[in-house]
Design a protein around this ligand. Structure first.
Ligand code: AMP
Ligand code: ZN
Length: 436
């Protein structure tokens, strides 16, 4: 167990004190949220007065990504624009994004959370931190960037991609801690032989891995290959981003969720009913200290359970288990959120395409790969190879524009995809087994 804690007073707070603190924050949050157009009708004075315990929150409505989209862009804004200093968005590339606003206070709290998480995992001011995550709207880059600066580490904002250069940075500046997508870790590995160096010859000691589902087996593989300890990191842009829940040095497949900042519930995704601690369901979060865009009972659609047993590290903030998947159909492709409807929209924008298509997602060369099989419209089907190739290119271009990814596309003859009874199953995620 660590003998030193970065925010000892908060991390070791007794459950009773923590819950009293949460209730105080919740009341402030409700009052603040009432300033936003969306909550102004819901959070009337009498409703706010009726929330006297943490459990009373169950009387308030659940919201989700769709609610955010329906109220895009300013419907949840609780502070005047003059106080807003940044916006971020979820990792999906197109469509109406979910945009999240921050005041300086929100950004400071977020940096505290990432710094606290990193310290918990063992990062210290003398570390060299390489942030191999997309910078920009995606929260993975800037989220950890400011936290690690706060911690006092040397930050290399190397961002995503450019594998040989990543290795060069690691070698030249003696990188000790990396923030990296689990899928990209394995990809990066394949570039080491070309660079004439072995990962274990570097000074690497800690990886923060997250932003996408991954198995404990993959974590162990990463640890073995790089000679590091890898810590699971969970976050979502609607709740700031990474740093929301993080593994401690026990690395027991549970992530401490920072309960001074977020109130968690686990619900039955079908009924919305709150489930007792320990039961698996969908994680629902309420922000407790955010100002710009407080969210109350936000459905993450991520499936997990609260681990009720105390953690041997001594922290009182409860842990959530490794994620089991999602309760909606969102796919996470190499860390980027994609909804099947986006694929459908792109495919259907090509007039020569018929009504049927399927999407297969698999692992290829350690990366996620989308494979779309589409039927040609019977009226446009001539069977000529040239014509088929032209249509195929149109579909690829439409998918590239809509999604920013480069999927494999196969055209098939009209009515050749298997007929399905009932609701069509269009997405076949062949990676699924790997997550459990
Ligand atoms: P974004 O808002 O783009 O950062 O995407 C957030 C989503 O990424 C979450 O709702 C999860 O579905 C997924 N995610 C993030 N971190 C993890 C993790 N450590 N394990 C599993 N899924 C994750
Ligand atoms: Zn712990």
């Amino acid at each position: 167990m660590e003998t030193e804690f970065w925010q000892r007073d908060i991390e070791l707070m007794s459950r009773a004190d923590l819950e009293a603190f949460q209730l105080g924050c919740l009341k402030k949050t409700l009052k603040l949220a009432a300033h936003s157009p969306f909550y102004s009708n819901i959070l009337t004075e009498s409703v706010i007065d009726s929330i006297r315990t943490l459990d009373d929150i169950r009387r308030l409505p659940l919201v989700d990504k769709q609610t955010l989209r329906d109220n895009f862009p300013y419907g949840f804004l609780a502070k005047p624009m003059t106080e807003i200093v940044r916006l971020h968005s979820s990792s999906g590339t197109t469509g109406t994004p979910t945009v999240v606003f921050h005041t300086q206070h929100d950004l400071d709290l977020w940096a505290n959370m990432t710094a606290r998480s990193a310290f918990m995992a063992g990062a210290r001011p003398d570390d060299v931190f390489q942030n191999i995550m997309g910078y920009g709207l995606f929260t993975g880059g800037l989220g950890f960037h400011y936290g690690m600066e706060k911690l006092g580490a040397l930050v290399i904002p190397s961002a995503a991609g450019n594998s040989k250069r990543q290795i060069w940075f690691m070698q030249t500046f003696g990188t000790t801690v990396c923030h990296i997508l689990p899928s990209y870790s394995m990809r990066l590995l394949s570039f080491f032989p070309e660079c004439g160096i072995r990962p274990k010859d570097l000074k690497l000691r800690i990886f923060f891995i997250g932003a996408e589902p991954h198995s404990d087996a993959l974590r162990r593989q990463i640890e073995e290959a790089f000679g590091v300890q890898a810590f699971n990191s969970y976050g979502l842009s609607e709740m700031c981003g990474p740093g929301l829940a993080f593994e401690c040095r026990e690395r027991n497949n549970g992530m401490h969720l920072w309960e001074d900042q977020y109130l968690m519930e686990i619900i039955d995704p079908a009924t919305g009913e709150v489930l007792p601690d320990g039961e698996e369901g969908e994680l629902v979060l309420t922000s407790l200290q955010r100002e710009a865009m407080p969210l109350i009972r936000y459905r993450t659609h991520d499936l997990t359970r609260i681990i009720p047993e105390p953690c041997p590290c001594g922290r009182t903030h409860r842990r959530i288990a490794r994620f089991k998947g999602r309760s909606d159909d969102m796919l996470i492709i190499n860390g980027v959120n994609i909804f099947p409807q986006q694929i459908e929209k792109a495919v259907m924008s090509v007039p020569e395409i018929g009504a049927h298509y399927i999407i297969e997602v698999s692992k290829e060369n350690l990366l996620d790969r989308i494979h779309v099989k589409v039927e040609v419209n019977p009226n446009s089907f001539s069977g000529s190879l040239d014509q088929m190739d032209g249509i195929r290119r149109k579909v690829i271009d439409a998918l590239k524009t809509e999604l920013g990814v480069n999927p494999r596309v196969d055209l098939v003859a009209p009515n050749s995809l298997p007929e399905q009874e009932g609701k069509a199953k269009r997405v076949f995620d062949l990676r699924e087994k790997d997550y459990l």
